[in-house]
Design a protein around this ligand. Sequence first.
Ligand code: FES
Length: 354
Amino acid sequence: MNTNPDGTTSEGTVTAVAPKEGGGFPNPGLPPHVHRQADVSRSAEKRAERLVAGMFLLSVVGTAIFIAAYFLVTPTGTNIFAAEGSPKALWWSNLVAGLGLAIAVFFIGAAAVHWAKTLMPDEEMVEERHDIRSSDEVREVAAGIITDGLEESGIARRPLIVTAMVASLAALPIAVLAPLSTLGPLPGNKLHHTFWGQNPGQRLARDHDGTPIKLSDVAMNSIFHVMPEGLTDETPHFMEERAKAATVIVRIDPKLAKNDESLANGVEGVLAFSKICTHVGCPVALYEQQTHHMLCPCHQSTFDVTDGAKVIFGPAHRPLPQLPIDVDDEGYLVASGDFPEPIGPSFWNLHKDK
Ligand code: FES
């Protein structure tokens, strides 16, 4: 009787292998091989094959559900289960789209696992350790083993499974493409302009209560969060316009100003700057009265108000854009134009030197 290094014998039984010189314990060997149903029964094999193919096809169904849900069960538009724009619509949209994607991904995984467990070759093999790089002969043999393995796996003989698998894998990316098809038009130059520029001469109004601000209301070293007076709920794209127009005004002693151009764009030391941080867009809302610095709470970028909101610390790359302001006949602060450059992040190539 021949004994393999792992303790199995050519007859399939297991024997203990004596330890090599130097100690250790006997190699217990491998337990006797148990054949799977699909290995011994042609009908079981066919059943497993159909099950695997069925699971791949269920994945296709899941993908179809996701795509259908994306267009028919939307949170704000068409929704066949709930009223448009209602919280229920959002709930149904998440539920159906999520279920569809979960089914698509789950059944690809389940089919692959079941295929491997029931139909792929099921043999215990022993491989001795050797140098990491094998000799050319061994590499040739390995390549041959891979080729044989592919043949033995029966991929070529199971066109049903392969076709179903290709269909499921090909269908899944469509679930990603569907949302891309509704991304909408490119922004064009929308990011370069704000609501301030649409109606020059608009009054600066307090954020939230919307009351206009007089020059005399702005005490020395005070800060106001302002919006254009004409920006209301009725304004098209209200939220987007509001996000871009957010501005702060502060009043400094003109004698402290280090930047004449910035001072000239204000009124008697009242200066208006975009509230959107030029780093990644957080609201710059903290003002230090003693140092005249504005701080972004996100990553601590610090802007010097006396010097045109120049960056003196932190990761922001450029000053906060300044809104040119003036005073109207009734003493209210008004914007005399738009920000001279785009507000917020994504324009880090501007004024890198400042
Ligand atoms: S967003 Fe303001 S410092 Fe990062």
